[in-house]
Design a protein around this ligand. Structure first.
Ligand code: IPD
Ligand code: CA
Ligand code: CA
Length: 265
């Protein structure tokens, strides 16, 4: 049986425990490796954190699946049963270069539903957390439901500026138009934190085109709890099983984005 409250408390304890280790070791020299390209970075800390969660989960929840970035998880092809979706460090580039603005992202999906989401801003010691149907929290503060009047032209939008340059996924011309039409654009370098900033209501819209399930699974649970909308860039639901282009934001901002700016190539 899926005991949501127990899983929530257990995961919370583990996140705090390993977060403390990361803070203690933040100034140690790093071994940085590259993965798919010279800017796709991974460190021994990414692996250490993921290994920590994998060992804990396999011991306490041997029947559950793990979908994660650094190789300690399973080959997951469906979200039936219980699946832990984990990014040990989201924002590795920030972790290496800035030593802040990165997060642990951990979600628990049960029978295809996102039930629990945690995004831990490790250096700030801020834990965003949500259980489906029970609201979203920033530490002890409950996040307010989004005010649903938000004009596209007055919105602050998050996107990686790379998408304004020619690419194989989306029409860059349309993205440049979006940049001109909104009030301002921000990039924070951690998709998980970006979802939490949406949930806090300090930014209003977000597009990204190559995110993996572990980048977004926890943030989506948190954001949906305050009334945020998360969609595949073609307007359908995300599968949370593979790399997918997405749009997130206030209801009207997502609708406007889908209608005028997202032309997948
Ligand atoms: C990255 C961050 C970043 C996003 C990249 C992701 P990582 O995750 O979420 O904000 O733009 O696409 O890969 O590699 O640091 O875990
Ligand atoms: Ca990530
Ligand atoms: Ca990562």
């Amino acid at each position: 049986m899926f005991d949501k409250e127990k899983a929530f408390q257990t995961a919370r304890k583990w996140i705090k425990e390993i977060g403390h280790v990361i803070r203690e070791e933040i100034d140690q020299p790093r071994n940085v490796d590259t993965k798919t390209n010279p800017n796709d970075l991974v460190t021994e800390m990414d692996r250490k954190v993921e290994r920590f969660f994998a060992l804990k989960i396999r011991n306490a929840y041997p029947n559950d699946k793990i979908l994660s970035e650094e190789g300690f998880g399973d080959h997951v092809t469906s979200l039936e049963g219980t699946t832990w979706i984990i990014d040990p460090i989201d924002g590795t580039m920030n972790f290496i270069h800035q030593k802040r603005n990165f997060a642990i992202s951990l979600a628990i999906y049960h029978e295809k539903q996102g039930e629990i989401g945690f995004v831990y801003d490790v250096m700030a010691d801020v834990l965003y957390a949500a259980k489906r149907g029970e609201g979203a929290y920033k530490n002890d503060q409950r996040l307010a439901t989004l005010d649903d009047e938000k004009k596209f032209t007055e919105s602050i939008y998050m996107l990686n500026t790379i998408w304004t340059t020619d690419n194989d996924i989306v029409d860059a011309e349309k993205i440049r138009a979006l940049v001109k039409d909104v009030r301002g654009v921000r990039t924070y370098g951690s998709a998980a934190l970006e979802f939490c900033y949406l949930a806090e209501g300090i930014v209003d819209g977000y597009v990204s085109f190559k995110l993996h399930p572990w980048d977004v699974a926890a943030g989506a649970v948190i954001y949906k709890e305050v009334g945020g909308v998360v969609k595949h860039a073609d307007g359908s639901e995300l599968s949370y099983l593979k790399q997918e282009p997405l749009v997130a934001g206030h209801k009207e901002i997502v609708a406007e984005t889908l209608k005028h700016y997202l032309v997948l190539t």
